[in-house]
Design a binder for this molecule. Structure first.
Ligand SMILES: Nc1ncnc2c1ncn2[C@@H]1O[C@H](COP(=O)(O)OP(=O)(O)OP(=O)(O)O)[C@@H](O)[C@H]1O
Ligand SMILES: [Mg+2]
Length: 266
């Protein structure tokens, strides 16, 4: 399970002054189960809006999203979200955060314990089970956020800049972890990022979105994510094709930003 169909989605926000923002216009995309998609694009091009519609937090003005044939009408455990930071329950321990979903489903304690143990092992936090969230570093907190999302066994994992607040080294480790999870769990994953390197590494498919109105500008199919599983990410990045694609995408986004700034002539 985990086939996501985005069928001609548009999103228009009406503003109090009577004007409106066309955050998304005619966005269509089909994701097969187990596909790993990264999304790039300048600020304001509708990335978070798209993810929030897929999560069911927002209702699109037009268009339909289906997961395995079922129309998405609101939030559900089958579509898990991981935010940039700060979305954990600060007053709960690591274990309580991870078992939150299973507890809400009234899963028996022994079963819950097994899930928590396994997931904390997977994200490398076995010894931190009883720590409070505030005692953890930013990177560890994002591992907890991932484990908490996985505890619901979602078919689709939606991530909005999940690694954006981390230092470079921690970020690299977490990129490896996301790739491992992708391979190990076979889940469909969509990851928004502002880092072109990250999008190239963590996307067997990569969408570049454009603003005003928010839309899909270009899509790539890339070999790097597959190569990067269990490998040294820096070696994968050394491939000349990686550098060339990076340059092409950077130029594309710079051009969009110049247009936004009203430029192009300076
Ligand atoms: N609730 C809202 N009401 C009005 N306008 C909104 C609302 N949410 C988003 N927008 C507008 O929709 C557009 C897309 O916003 P969105 O947050 O999806 O962009 P983004 O690509 O995620 O940007 P960033 O990279 O900065 O996170 C922006 O112009 C934003 O101002
Ligand atoms: Mg955003």
């Amino acid at each position: 399970m985990g086939a996501l169909k985005i069928n001609d989605i548009s999103m228009r926000f009406e503003l109090p002054d009577g004007s409106h923002v066309q955050a998304l216009q005619n966005v269509s995309l089909n994701l097969e189960k187990g596909e790993l998609l990264s999304v790039l694009g300048p600020s304001g091009c509708g990335k978070s809006t798209l993810l929030n519609i897929l999560a069911g937090f927002l209702a699109a003005t037009d268009g339909v999203v289906t997961l395995d044939g079922e129309t998405v009408t609101g939030p559900s455990a089958e579509r898990g979200m991981v935010f940039q930071q700060g979305a954990l329950f600060e007053w709960m321990s690591v274990r309580e955060n991870v078992e939150f979903g299973p507890r809400m489903k009234n899963m028996p304690e022994t079963e819950r314990n097994t899930i928590v143990e396994n997931l904390l092992d997977t994200v490398g936090l076995r010894d931190f089970k009883d720590k409070a969230v505030y005692e953890l570093s930013g990177g560890m907190q994002q591992r907890v956020a991932l484990a908490r999302c996985l505890a619901n066994d979602p078919d689709v994992i939606l991530m909005d800049e999940p690694l954006g607040a981390l230092d470079a080294l921690t970020r690299e480790k977490m990129q490896g972890l996301v790739l491992d999870l992708w391979k190990k769990t076979g889940k469909t994953i969509i990851l928004i990022t502002h880092s072109v390197d990250e999008a190239l590494l963590l996307g067997e498919r990569l969408l570049v979105m454009a603003p005003r109105p928010g839309r899909i500008f270009k899509e790539y199919r890339l070999p790097f994510a597959e190569r990067a599983v269990g490998a040294d990410l820096r070696v994968v990045k050394e491939d000349p094709a990686f550098g060339e694609t990076k340059k092409e995408i950077l130029e594309m986004i710079w051009e969009m930003e110049e247009e936004i700034m009203g430029g192009g002539d300076h």
